[in-house]
Design a protein around this ligand. Sequence first.
Ligand code: GLU
Ligand code: MG
Length: 636
Amino acid sequence: MGLLTEGSPLSWEETKKLSEHVREHGIIQFLNLYQRLRDRQGDVLKWGDEVEYVIVKFDHEKKEAKLSLRAKDVLDALQIKEKQDPTGVKSLWRPEYGAYMIEGTPGVPYGGLMAHFNIVEANMRYRRLEVQEYLNPGECVLTLTSFPRLGCDNFTDPPSKPTPNAGATRSLFFPDDAVFPGHPRFATLSRNIRERRGENVVINLPVYKDFNTKIPVDDSHLYNKSALPDCVYMDAMGFGMGCCCLQLTFQACNIEEARTLYDQLTPLCPIMLALTAASPLHRGFITDVDCRWNVISCSVDCRTEEERGLKPLKENKFVINKSRYDSIDSYLSPQGEKFNDVPLVYDQAIYDKLTSNGIDHLLAQHVAHLFIRDSVSLFSEKVHQDDENDTDHFENIQSTNWQTMRFKPPPGNSKIGWRVEFRPCEVQITDFENAAIVCFVVLLTRVILSYQLNFIIPISKVDENMQNAQKRDALRTQQFWFRKDITTQISPPEANQCCKGTSDKSHCDSFALLSVNDIINGKEGEFPGLIPLINNYLSGMDVDADTHCTIQQYLKFIQKRASGEILTTASWLRSFVTNHPHYRQDSKVTERINYDLLMTIDGIQQGEISCPELLGDIFTTKTKESIPTALTKEAC
Ligand code: GLU
Ligand code: MG
């Protein structure tokens, strides 16, 4: 989630009073940084993944699985190597929202070499084994998007109790003890978001209605009027930010390329969300959605009633149509401009200041839009800054706009260039799957840039796709708006060749409704398919045999997921629960079902349990014994 500042957090009242100050100086800092770095050129393509993990504690006698609140201890141990020698490590570890979560990235970014695709999985494996060294007996580390019984009685180890009338979170279900205690940022955000909104956040996920499902699903509505009877009600930031994901960051060669990548990857966000869907289980229930996205969106929705359009504007300046965590609202590249079809709410004074200082319309409105938000976490030591050199106030607002894509200026005084972050994907159970997704998205960026492709569709259609992507079994049941003609005037012949028969220059801005399968694998006469495009691109590249084989395994796996030949993680989780002998067709994930599910997941990620429904025949051959071989390949 990003850690910017250390020190003492200010109260919400104090933070609120300083919100104009943060905005004003944040914009000056952005302008200074932009002026310094706008013409920065020649950075090389670099990229990296971020994986979020949970620590689970099994009680084999009672057959229970809990979230272990030991992330801080584990993290402290994991960071020792980095603190001694930050340049020589193969992995970097950071805290995340939950007291049971950690986040790991490769020690150094990957680069332009094809061979780097061959070390992604080994590095993920290395990270997992590294964590395992510091676990206690009965603990394991899992890449689980949502813990199925988060917020149920005693879901933590050691047990902890929610405090609805005291503390930062004030939830009926989620205790403050489950918030990462090693840095004040996380509890401060929870408190300030709740206080700014004026009440607890509200998350209502429709329950999956099975034969014996009771409505209302529980007695939440007796405690809070916001709880809907046929929904799983949740009331805390932890239900969202306590979920895990898989993110990617790309460094572009200059600001223009970063803006292009930002735009081109945007329409792929909902598609990748549907493909990686992995979170149908929440607070002990099977729900009717497959993804975490709206859960997190609601979990940090700090908009007041005025901002949500429920009351006339008096105290606040804007009616805002989305939470701070949601899909992006405007494109940044010239190609994207005409597809910005949703009226953008932005701060006019900030926009004027940016444009009068030489920033173009698209970038100015993007930043002025991010800056409609207040700071929700401010530290006393950081209030007064040197705007020439510091960027904390800019980063304060930027890093609490959690959108599908993030456009990132170079940090001051560093060798890092303009970057974009790709943030929609849910994390998968195995390193193999996560590596496959990462390599697929990275390859796509290469194809987009070298074939000069254009995937842009109107923002309103991306928004529609985002909602459909989260529905139960979206991969098999939903259709998504997608651009029909993806080549451009400057696309090379091999791109046009590959898209032949599907492109129609007379309707160059036309969009079709396609399934994920059509988009990934192609549809005769309609769309060439992302994997055929990648394969076409790869056929012109010099790739060593081993890397080629790895990439092909990944692409085949993605193809099978997309076609429905193997299940999405979400569908597999649903089927595990509903086929469990203890399941009573009542939509409930009991302690025992949860235990068996997580034990199975642990077995699958270790390579000890094969799971052809989820992984096909690809992974099952890759036994534990083959892992050390992969690990001997040096990280780049
Ligand atoms: N855990 C959040 C998610 O699942 C992301 C937090 C972050 O920005 O690192 O989307
Ligand atoms: Mg994170």
